[in-house]
Ligand binder design. Structure first.
Ligand code: LM2
Ligand code: CA
Length: 475
């Protein structure tokens, strides 16, 4: 059996954070399919606690997808089908480690208490109450309560089956994969129990198996490591992937935090100043889901749409280099300087901001539509498998490299212009800048770059800009 949502080298997915199902369906048809995005991670669809904050969705009170802030179950199914029809899978954010922190009435009317969810879980299905307060202890992290959320007794076969039933129901609707929320807080063997139950049932029905990626935050120095989760999901199908949070360190190069610079992304650079799996202690490339930011980090002060050029260029680089399965975050504007601002839920449906920098509180940013991000999705697929070659840097914040003889990337994060000749690795020709939209009706939409018979091209590029060339996209 093949995992239907599993990524091939060169794939990219997008996280449409808090988007409505109906809007995602049309986004698949008008933007994501045409640009080549493999899948969309959607916000948790199950019934949650009431409230206007975005994070209510991380407090389940039942596994009904009848009506969430993103829409109805009918709209959900329509989204799955319409996206699938244009080649875009849906990845559901599966909140399966815990339920709510308190008591009340859920968004669809479920009357719940902490540890008591009618028809689903009773007190016996939860770990005894204790707070997560010691990240050196795997037992504390996995069997106690994360910010007071009722922690499911995931060692119990009945609990595993209940969770599996939720994932099965979604899989049968055509969902292509799952982000396993807070996976670090579930023991690996227990997570494997859940996945095996899902995969075995789907295999028996002759259905494709979902793609899984576990959210395991591992920056080092804790009792639970990402490595603990390697090999999970092998029981019936391919492996499960894992979020590689250390990759986020690349954001500091683009922001110039503490004097960091792009030249340090040279995979063959001087020891202690290079980007490589070993130097950074990253997990193997075929397991890693990578991202510049996620919905948590953008609220914790990390790089985001506000950073404009640095954010765009970080994405050009993430999508141009070969490591990992990249995820692009798509956000709405929020005030990061107040708790209420950071907690604020999504704005009413409206158009995307005209540019990242133009996004304001209460508007949708739509990072995934930015030309420097969206136009890299097809490039990544086109150069898949080709190694990084022809590296050049200025020792500072200008870098260039090729992907074998399939593509060439120049990023100038300096403020000054860059004017010199580059080894592009490409065959001779007149190439169209991919970031400007490539070629249409026989003409380049942006600049034309002439590559000589020696593979060299003279380029004059302004500050905070990039040029990307792709084999085949030429006059
Ligand atoms: C995650 N990954 O492991 C999500 O990426 C993250 O966004 C979730 O936290 C978390 N795990 C739980 O699924 C978010 C949010 C928290 C929020 C929780 C639960 O970042 O701030 O906690 O969802 O809704 C909120 C309050 C917190 C309170 C808690 C319980 O912010 O102050 O703690 O609810 O009432 C007492
Ligand atoms: Ca747990």
């Amino acid at each position: 059996y093949r995992a239907s949502g599993r990524a091939a080298a060169g794939d990219t997915f997008v996280h449409l954070f808090e988007w409505k199902w109906t809007d995602i369906a049309s986004e698949c048809e008008t933007q994501l399919g045409p640009k080549g995005y493999k899948a969309v991670q959607v916000s948790p669809p199950q019934e949650d606690i009431q409230g206007s904050q975005w994070w209510t969705r991380y407090q389940p009170v039942s596994y009904s997808i009848g009506l969430s802030r993103s829409g109805s179950s009918t709209e959900f199914v329509d989204m799955v089908n319409r996206c699938k029809a244009v080649g875009v899978g849906i990845y559901v954010d599966a909140v399966i480690n815990h339920m709510s922190a308190g008591s009340g009435t859920g968004r669809i009317g479920t009357v719940y208490g902490k540890y008591s969810y009618p028809g689903l879980y009773t007190q016996a299905d939860f770990h005894p109450a204790c707070a997560i307060n010691n990240y050196q202890s795997a037992a504390n992290v996995q069997d106690c309560e994360l910010v007071g959320l009722a922690d499911l007794k995931t060692d119990s076969a009945t609990v595993q089956q209940r969770i599996a039933d939720y994932l099965l129901a979604l899989s049968r609707l055509g969902v292509a994969g799952f982000r396993l929320d807070a996976a670090k807080h579930i023991q690996p063997v227990e997570l494997n129990g859940v996945i095996s139950k899902v995969n075995q049932a789907l295999a028996a029905e002759g259905r494709a198996l979902p793609y899984y990626f576990a959210e395991v935050i591992d920056y080092g120095g804790e009792g639970v490591t990402a490595r603990d989760y390697f090999g999970l999901g092998y029981s019936t199908a391919g492996a499960m992937d894992i979020t590689e949070f250390k990759f986020r360190g690349i954001g500091d190069k683009f922001l110039g935090t503490g004097g960091q610079k792009l030249a340090q992304l040279n995979p063959n650079g001087a020891s202690g100043s290079q980007f490589s799996e070993t130097a950074w202690g990253l997990m193997p490339a075929d397991k890693a889901v990578v991202f510049v930011e996620n919905h948590d980090s953008q609220r914790e002060g990390g790089i985001s749409y506000r950073d404009g050029a640095a954010y765009r260029l970080a994405h050009v680089w993430m999508l141009a280099q070969p490591y990992g399965y990249p995820s692009v975050m798509s956000s709405y504007g929020f005030d990061r300087n107040s708790q209420a601002g950071r907690d604020a839920g999504p704005p009413a449906p409206a158009a995307c901001a005209s540019a990242l920098e133009a996004a304001s509180v209460g508007s949708w940013v739509c990072e995934h539509r930015d030309p420097l991000i969206a136009n890299m999705v097809a490039f990544r697929r086109a150069v898949a498998g080709a190694p990084v070659a022809n590296w050049w840097d200025n020792g500072g914040n200008a870098i260039a490299f090729s992907r074998g003889d399939k593509g060439f990337v120049l990023i100038n994060r300096e403020t000054a212009d860059l004017n010199r000749s580059f080894d592009t690795g490409l065959p001779a020709g007149s190439y169209c800048d991919v970031l400007a939209g490539g070629k249409q009706a026989g003409t380049c939409l942006g600049r034309v770059v002439v590559v000589g018979a020696d593979g060299k091209a003279s380029l004059n590029l302004g500050g905070n800009a990039a040029v990307v060339l792709q084999a085949g996209i030429r006059l």
